[in-house]
Design a protein around this ligand. Sequence first.
Ligand code: PMV
Length: 295
Amino acid sequence: MGYGKVILFGEHAVVYGRPAIAAGLSKGATAKAERSDSAALIFPGWGKTIAPTSDEPVGDAYRAVLGALECEEPLRITVELEIPAGAGLGASAAIGVALVRAICEARGKVLSEAEAADHAFQWERVFHGNPSGIDNTIAAFGGIGWFQKEKPFLQLAAAKPLTLVVAHSGESSSTKTMVDGVQRQREERPERVNEVFDGIEALALNGKRAIEDGNLRHLGQLLDLNHALLSSLLLSTERIEEICAAARSAGAYGAKVTGAGGGGCVVCLADEERRESVLKALRSLDCEPFSATVG
Ligand code: PMV
């Protein structure tokens, strides 16, 4: 399996070497590989079967994984996705991790988390061009983690599990397009964008402390501030603002866009007592909220 994820702090800044905090969801992607006469990658949910010779991007990613794993025997791999794609929940990385694990298991090898994350990076690279590595890492490890490019991944010990509510704006966006947009802003105004990244980094550092101390009020404020900085990089939308505002009014400690932005999902921090009222408020906005306990 590969876990879906939400990013609590540091998306986009993480592409430029800043730290980020992400949490694995209990759902994501599962895959099963069986020996067969011919190799195929099957997505029953999308009614799609991909051959290793396919010229679609997913065919390129499939070949990249087979190459990285030096897998030449024909395997029929079936992938089921439990989270929406293009929603900032790390669907493609979850598929990548589930896929490499399934291929290795069919060949009698169980991968460590770090190995699964490394191999799935080949898959991610095809779709995202310049991924930081946070999605495939958290898809392999789960839990709550502190990620920084080229540094060891750190699992965080939350003082208590976090109750989150995740809601989908209904707007889909491409991670590559959003990452390219931030890159353009950074090329045009490097000082301004680097200052925003400085702010995001400080929030991630304080967010780590708040998670370890179990200080939900403080953590919620930091999430709101991270959201404001992401909005300043044009990564929010009217619909996302509407969802964040409704969640906060219903008692969420904080709410922010999560992942690439420009649509996708909002993550809200609640607790056992506040969860139902946040869910109710977001259900009335038709944004298919679900709650998740992480850490
Ligand atoms: O793919 P998404 O929407 O979960 O976004 C990944 C996080 C980014 O920081 C925007 C990109 C990256 O590679 O870190």
